[in-house]
Design a protein around this ligand. Structure first.
Ligand code: HEC
Ligand code: HEC
Ligand code: HEC
Ligand code: HEC
Length: 189
């Protein structure tokens, strides 16, 4: 009986893990559908006007090329994992931004394009399991814990994955100050 219980527990833990690891990156436009109304805080438009939304473009500038040259990179910055790791969404993850996408797979091309910046999911977590309206409301009313469906509880660590001295242009990162610069609250909250 005890063995059975242990087995069942192990199995359910394994299942939880399997489910969590299934969360996939979907791209910021998937969030835009519901998070761009002015009366709810227009999160997408605020993000779109922020430096995060242009982070891949930044890798195409002369400043970026100069950094890459100094580092001895053989490929252009926007083609180099050494730079892309912090300048796109989900680098290194199966469902994240990739350098090689089948050009004939138009859906994959579109999604990849939508991941070509530090998008919503770079901070909030891969969205495939939490982005349905039902789940989002259940998270907000407390009946589901966001983390069980991939929605991150944001802390300074969420940012210092990228805002750290590995960045060739690192500026000291004070979370309390910098988080205000990217704020996009819902009105009244
Ligand atoms: C189908 C509509 C829909 C989509 C798509 C959607 N959301 Fe939501 N989201 C909601 C609703 C509704 C709420 C609850 C709003 C409220 O009660 O103020 C919410 C709440 C949230 C919250 C607050 C959660 C909390 O703990 O209070 C975050 C963060 C969030 N969404 C991020 C995202 C991100 C990132 C994406 C894209 C990956 C996304 N949403 C896609 C509808 C959606
Ligand atoms: C996936 C990597 C990544 C994550 C996670 C991330 N950032 Fe950034 N952040 C960047 C990059 C890259 C830039 C530079 C964008 C550009 O100018 O092209 C940037 C720029 C900024 C800027 C603009 C000012 C500056 O330093 O150039 C602020 C403010 C900022 N981030 C705050 C935050 C905060 C706060 C968090 C966490 C809540 C966060 N970031 C999470 C990569 C990231
Ligand atoms: C560890 C994460 C990380 C890596 C790796 C990274 N960057 Fe960045 N990059 C950032 C962040 C964060 C910013 C925002 C400014 C800051 O605080 O460093 C940024 C900003 C920039 C900027 C804008 C300059 C500025 O002062 O805002 C350029 C240009 C840039 N990066 C080029 C590159 C190049 C080229 C590479 C590859 C050789 C690279 N980055 C690799 C995180 C990274
Ligand atoms: C640089 C990191 C970062 C990015 C990128 C980002 N967010 Fe957020 N977001 C935060 C932080 C920090 C908060 C406030 C703390 C929290 O609720 O976890 C927040 C809060 C929210 C909330 C809750 C607002 C409220 O007041 O209830 C929603 C909804 C949301 N974000 C949606 C989005 C959407 C949609 C995108 C992309 C268009 C996005 N976020 C991009 C960091 C980010």
């Amino acid at each position: 009986m005890k063995k059975m219980l242990v087995l069942l527990l192990t199995l359910s833990v394994a299942l939880v893990y399997a489910q969590e690891s299934k969360a996939e990156y979907t791209g910021s436009k998937k969030c835009k559908i519901c998070h761009n109304k002015a009366e709810d805080g227009a999160q997408y438009s605020i993000w779109e006007a922020s430096p995060h939304a242009k982070s891949l473009e930044t890798l195409k500038t002369d400043a970026a090329k100069a950094i890459a040259k100094k580092k001895g990179l053989k490929t252009a910055p926007e083609q180099s994992p050494e730079c892309l790791s912090c300048h796109v969404t989900g680098w290194g993850s199966e469902s994240g931004y990739k350098l090689n996408v089948d050009p004939l797979d138009s859906k994959a091309v579109r999604t990849n394009e939508d991941l070509s910046a530090v998008g919503c999911e770079s901070c909030h977590g891969a969205g495939s399991l939490y982005k349905s309206k039902k789940t989002m409301i259940a998270i907000t009313d407390g009946s589901i814990k966001g983390e069980t469906v991939g929605l991150t509880t944001i802390t300074a660590k969420t940012c210092t994955v990228c805002h750290n001295p590995e960045s060739p242009t690192y500026k000291p990162f004070d979370y309390a100050v910098r988080v205000k610069e990217v704020a996009h609250p819902a009105p009244g909250k």
